[in-house]
Design a protein. Structure first.
Lengths: 392, 232
């Protein structure tokens, strides 16, 4: 890691002030959540993927701690400390360091220590308004810092979810497709499997046991499984009960009994994931696609159009906005609308800012119910280098 | 000793014995030298080679940092401890001993789980019922993450385990494990089974060269000698 020059420090400080002043003027309260976070809560929420990039350590007292890999989860925790019921609408902004191990090596665009400036907006029931507010403020901030040319990439997991809901299939398959959404190759493999052999598990399962199971009668099936384990001399170890194993077997049996996903449905999902176009054209394309196939996802399409209109009304040039159905951002806590600000100097692999909706996160860190939440974070070193013309 | 080739070999256990045997068969006889409490040595009749006796996992670090030019250690340790292994080291020759498979094993009573994909399918229900993610005990955290990611399994937490990993599902410290096995007998005795597609790596001892060490002409020449004799 290159030593930070005094000039860069001052430039980053001055830039941070400009960014924060946009946020605070818009009514966002400046907060400074803890840099050192309890590893357990954090890692349970972000998953192993980000954990592999998180600096985790044990303090002399034996507590497992980590250096925060982003400020979103710490801000959620701060909000819950103040409002354990998470029943208050709140807008926060921050500027501070975050830390990530860089498996590809440390570079100027991928430092292991960087500063994020960002906003989080909790508890707003006006979904598209809150989303467009996050985009508008983020753009206003990077412009105030001096960024002139950039592109805005948007994606919408809400549309994808609505599409899956509108197609007839068991809920488990929806969960499988949703899960693989982040990995395009695995996703298409899963899609192909559902049209071919949705239960590639069953022929591995003991036929004599399966014939003794009764999907309509969990207790009876459970006894059959217990008897089978006994016969086979398989001791029940670990956290899962006989009932859980039974439910697993019944799910597999249900998959086997279900009609495979129709090739029309798979084609539609595939066609959807390929939609990538300027936001207005994409909206029209999505509507055509759904009309052609007779699939009704009006509410999600309306939300898309409403959000787009709000963005345009706030002065964003629609030609700069590109929609990509496959774009989901690679942090798995996002649940709906997502966006990134990209500049040609750094490319799409190194966005200068990004954010979106993550309605499940507050619940994951301790709130009783899911809470609407939208936010965004600016990678301030990248922003500075983009403004300086790609110089690190 | 500047310019010499540093050759790191295992300092203890079965791996040390097998290494000495394999090298001996190839006409490379190791001899400890000096007063350095037996951690240094030479290869009889071979100039320009300095032997370092270190633990098998330490050998991976020596090769990664270029402290050693050549080393003999398990591929599992190379892949676990060197994240960009293909950039930093080169596996020159498998040696046919120290064989062990790194595998994903789950309780044998989980008759509904046979493949990695089933783990992912089961994970949401598990999380709902137990209010936590599935826990995976292992000392191979990097291998585990990479493999689980390649299989699209993400709903899990690693619990680091430095010994008796195979006992963690029964004790409740973890739900499943990633560990090495040779015959599978220990896994079976602990009520575990290997998933059908759960073999992460078929490992064995390898002659490994560091790509980042300082290769002098002397070191290069010594390397050719050692490789030629071992490949026979």
């Amino acid at each position: 890691m290159v030593a930070e020059s005094a000039r860069k420090f001052e430039a980053l400080e001055a830039q941070a002030q400009r960014l924060m002043s946009v946020f605070t003027k818009a009514g966002y309260e400046a907060v400074a959540p803890a840099i050192i976070q309890p590893a357990d809560v954090f890692l349970d929420v972000v998953g192993e993927r980000l954990r592999a990039r998180t600096y985790v350590f044990t303090d002399p007292d034996g507590s497992e701690l980590c250096l925060r890999p982003d400020l979103t989860v710490p801000t959620c925790r701060l909000h819950l400390e103040r409002h354990p019921e998470a029943d208050v609408e709140a807008r926060y902004c921050y500027n501070g360091p975050a830390f990530r191990f860089q498996p590809g090596g440390v570079t100027a665009a991928h430092p292991r220590e960087f500063r994020q400036a960002g906003i989080e907006y909790f508890g707003s029931s006006s979904r598209e308004e809150a989303e467009s507010e996050a985009v508008r403020l983020t753009l206003e901030a990077v412009r105030a810092a001096g960024l002139e040319s950039f592109g805005l990439r948007i994606g919408d997991l809400g549309l994808f979810q609505a599409l899956l809901d509108a197609i007839d299939m068991p809920d488990r398959w929806r969960a499988r497709l949703r899960h693989q959404f982040w990995r395009p190759d695995a996703f298409h493999e899963e899609l192909a499997r559902l049209t071919r052999d949705p239960a590639d598990v069953l022929h591995d399962l003991p036929a004599d046991l399966m014939s003794r199971m009764d999907p309509a009668n969990l207790a009876r099936s459970e006894s059959a499984v217990a008897a089978y384990l006994d016969e086979q001399g398989l001791e029940l170890i670990g956290a899962r009960s006989v009932r859980e194993v039974t439910q697993g077997l019944l799910s597999a049996a249900a998959d086997a009994a279900a009609e495979p996903l129709s090739s029309e449905a798979a084609d539609l999902i595939d066609a959807y994931t390929k939609v990538k176009a300027p936001a207005r054209a994409a909206g029209a394309r999505l509507e055509d696609l759904m009309n052609e196939r007779g699939v009704a996802i009006e509410a999600a399409l309306e939300a898309y159009q409403k959000r787009l209109q709000l963005l345009i009304d706030s002065g964003i040039d629609p030609a700069l906005i590109e929609f990509s159905a496959e774009f989901g951002r690679n942090l798995e806590y996002y649940t709906g609308f997502v966006f990134e600000i990209v500049v040609p100097e750094l490319g799409t692999g190194s966005p200068v800012a990004g954010g979106g909706r993550y309605d499940g996160l507050l619940k994951a860190v301790g709130a009783r119910e899911a809470v609407p939440a939208v936010g965004s974070a600016i990678h301030t070193e990248r922003l500075l280098s983009a403004i300086d013309g790609g110089e690190a | 000793m500047s310019g010499s080739l540093v050759f790191a070999v295992p300092s203890k256990g079965r791996l040390m014995e097998q290494t000495a045997e394999a090298l001996g068969r190839a006409g490379l006889v190791l001899r400890k030298t000096g007063s350095d409490r037996g951690y240094r040595g030479e290869v009889e009749g071979l100039e320009g080679v300095e032997v370092a006796f270190v633990s098998a996992s330490e050998i991976a670090h020596y090769l990664k940092s270029g402290q050693a030019h050549l080393g003999i250690t398990g591929e599992d340790l190379i892949r676990e401890y060197i994240i960009d292994a293909d950039k930093r080291v080169e596996l020159l020759h498998p040696l046919g001993f120290g064989r062990a498979d790194v595998v994903v094993a789950v309780p044998a009573c989980w008759i509904d789980i046979r493949k990695m994909a089933h783990l992912q399918a089961m994970a949401p229900a598990f999380r709902r019922t137990h209010e936590r993610r599935l826990r995976v005990a292992t000392k191979y955290t990097n291998l585990t993450r990479r493999f689980f990611q390649s299989k699209g399994v993400s709903d899990y937490r690693i619990v680091e385990s430095l010994g008796a990993t195979e006992g963690t599902p029964a004790s409740g410290a973890a739900d499943i494990i990633v560990d090495i096995t040779t015959t599978g007998a220990t896994l079976k005795a602990n009520g575990l089974k290997v998933l059908d597609d759960g073999v992460i790596l078929r490992s064995q001892a390898n002659l490994v060269a560091s790509r980042v060490a300082d290769w002098s002409d002397t070191a290069r020449a010594a390397r050719h000698q050692i490789v030629a004799r071992l490949k026979g």
